[in-house]
Design a protein around this ligand. Structure first.
Ligand code: IMP
Length: 197
């Protein structure tokens, strides 16, 4: 009989936790930081998504001795040297997304190169080894906001092959192509191939 694998997701984002748990089904039980009694705001001081994701999963592996994964995501704009990147959440120096989007649109003003991509990197610390899974979606930045759905930079990002921003799409439509879904699907595939799950 197979056991149920226990994994920590170094996050308290209920939406992300639910999504990943439902993709893993009853093969694995995913615990949040709250679930394991970790109340620390784990530092993210890396200069890449991979460094930040590893920093978070290492923290749990070292302090709680459990297999763990963590993610880090952001928007990379080609004409801005891939900014805001790891600084996506606080690009303007605050967590105010209106200010973050305003700053990005100002910096891109009159620039014809509007190419951008969203990227997610997941680091899984599993049986003493680190494994990385990446998801990317290419697109471009609109001149102004469109749509009210989603979060973050969704109102100004149009994925390639589409004419609407992420904020104009339903959650399902965005999830069918998003950077996060691609990375999570790779993580889930990997876990499903492991013995005991
Ligand atoms: P996190 O690592 O998933 O928390 O993402 C960090 C920041 O990147 C968020 O605060 C957003 O500003 C931006 N971001 C990441 N994913 C998305 C997305 O799917 N849509 C819009 N913005 C995103």
């Amino acid at each position: 009989m197979s056991e149920r694998m226990e994994l920590v997701f170094a996050s308290n984002n209920v939406h992300k936790l639910k999504e990943i748990q439902s993709m893993l089904g009853d093969k694995a039980s995913v615990k949040s930081l709250d679930d394991i009694g970790c109340n620390v705001d784990i530092p993210e001081t890396g200069l890449t998504f991979a460094e930040n994701a590893k920093q978070k999963s290492d923290y749990v592996a070292v302090n709680y001795d459990m297999d763990c994964f963590a993610d880090d995501s952001g928007l990379e704009v080609e004409a801005l040297g891939q900014e805001p990147g790891v600084f996506s959440a606080r690009y303007s120096g605050t967590r105010d997304m209106e200010a973050n989007i305003d700053l990005l649109l100002t910096r891109l003003k009159n620039n014809e190169n509007r190419k951008a991509r969203f990227r997610t990197v997941i680091c899984l610390h599993f049986k003493g080894k680190d494994h990385f899974f990446e998801g990317t979606i290419q697109g471009h930045i609109r001149e102004a906001r469109h749509g009210v759905g989603g979060f973050g930079y969704d109102p100004i990002f149009i994925p390639n092959g589409h004419e609407r921003t992420f904020a104009e799409m339903s959650q399902e439509e965005k999830n069918s192509m998003s950077h996060r879904s691609i990375a999570v699907a790779k993580l889930v595939d990997f876990l499903k191939q492991q013995p005991l799950i």
